[in-house]
Design a protein around this ligand. Sequence first.
Ligand code: ADP
Length: 603
Amino acid sequence: MRKNDPNLRAVRLFRSFCPSYFPMIVVRSVFGRLSPYFNLYLSAAIVNEIAGARDENKLITLVLITVLGNFLIAVLGAVIGRISGHKDTVFSQREAEYYNRKTLTLDYENLESTEVRQLRRKIVESSRINYHGKQLLLMSVSSLIDNTVNVCFDLFLGIEMFVVVFRSGHDLYNILFIGLLAALVAFNVWYTFESKKMIGTMSQNISQTMIDENRIDEAIDCYNMGKDVRLYRQDKLVMKIKRYALDIHKKAFRLMGKKRYTTNIPLTVSNILLQAVIYIFVCVYARLGVFGIGSIIKYVGFVGIIISCITSYFNVFSDIRYNTPFVEDYLAYFDIPQKMYEGTEHVERRSDNGYCVEFRNVSFKYPGSEDYALRHVNMRFTVGERLAVVGMNGSGKTTFIKLMCRLYDPTEGEILLNGVDIRSYNYDEYLALFSVVFQDYKLFSFSLAENVAARADYDAERVTEALRQSGFDERLESMPYGINTALYKDFDKNGVEVSGGEAQKIALARALYKDAPFVILDEPTAALDPLAEYEIYSRFSEIVGDKAVVYISHRLSSCRFCDRIAVFDKGQIVQCGTYSELLADDCGMYSKLWNAQAQYYQE
Ligand code: ADP
């Protein structure tokens, strides 16, 4: 195996999750095997004694050793079982944590990317459906350990048997015995590899059909889609697609079953022949007086086990080989670079909140897109200011905010915080400067307090205060467990459903609780009427005091109170000034939009 072989890399990674995980498998395996070998040896000794000298004292001693030995092995086995069960849990938890942490800290650009989403789906689904990837590798390692332990145990028996057999002087029998064993084992090994090759490609196809099928199940299961499914009678469409996917899947499975059945026949025949050869020769040797009757049990058992070990070794190696691309996928996910986290400089902690963000000739294209979403944007913005960003839908307002919060890096130009490129800063420290309420904000099905504080350890008083400031206090009074009430019913049957307007207030409270120097509202109020939006925006301005606030809206009237208004059009800032300055410019974009919107508000 190469040094950077993916399987070795994955095993090293697993070891870092729980260093005692693999040693524990060795211990478990040794104990698992101890009992049959112990019994094999002692049964042979007892039968040999009965068939031979029949010494009563020796027989009683042998029986006592067997009983006590089995008792001891059972007790130790139970203790080891408990410890190894605990190690399994620790390992699974740490592995899941490692995987989830990666997903939660992926660069946003990658989180959105179709390739990364497909890779993640492939990893999860192939492990769930066929145990491919990390699971099969773990099973294979465990199998290798088991086999090696078996072989070690068998080595004594094997050496003992072959020494006896070769010393017997029956050369013709010896050559025939070894020759037949070697030929049948060689066939088994070769055939195992060949059949894996055939089955391997088929099971990959099945994984794909199941991935498609599960995707449809998700659509059926997701209760957010329930309304649309009912109103548009999409049930028939979904069922049709599901039936189609099921048909493909059924065909693939039937084909695979047939193939498995036919490929297994030669292997089964060869195994029966092997057993027959072993029985015949061991019996012949016993008949020739090479060893006692009791040893038949011992040696038949030994040869059977050693042969199943050899076949299993090759089975495991071919599993590892066909599983390697899945392990590569698994590792590729962890190898996705996190360039957002490359910056190391600390963000200056300023008690006066003296922060200034500057866009310098910033242009931006979304990954995979040919068009610029922002072009040559120049803007300086300091804490204490109220900035409005207005423009038609699709003009680049949200993109401007996403860049400011460093969800993406500019394609051209740079963004500076107090004169330093924001890429140089520690990512977490930089993000801590912003409280944003996006238009498509999301609340979790956790408690109200956890949603507001965005953490499990929160300050209850501050949570309540933030909810009061955002105007949620009246609704809070009617919540059965106050701020500890769960939102939605996904995890808690006492959870409450909140209306769109109430959810917006909770999202605003979350921004207030964070208490960051820059607060950005990206049209979270789009569902409200213009007057209500104006009221919330201007009230918010009073609440946040001397922080910097960016208000985004496609409604010009909502941002009249702001110090400055930047007008976006086709990714560019086409105008920037105070409300009266912009309105005074009759030919400007702002005036045009204002007049176009004004007619909707006239009675
Ligand atoms: P606004 O907030 O003004 O409505 P956006 O900033 O959301 O506009 O969008 C600006 C442009 O970028 C639009 O043409 C939009 O289609 C495109 N866009 C937005 N998000 C993405 C994305 N994730 N991937 C590709 N293009 C996007």
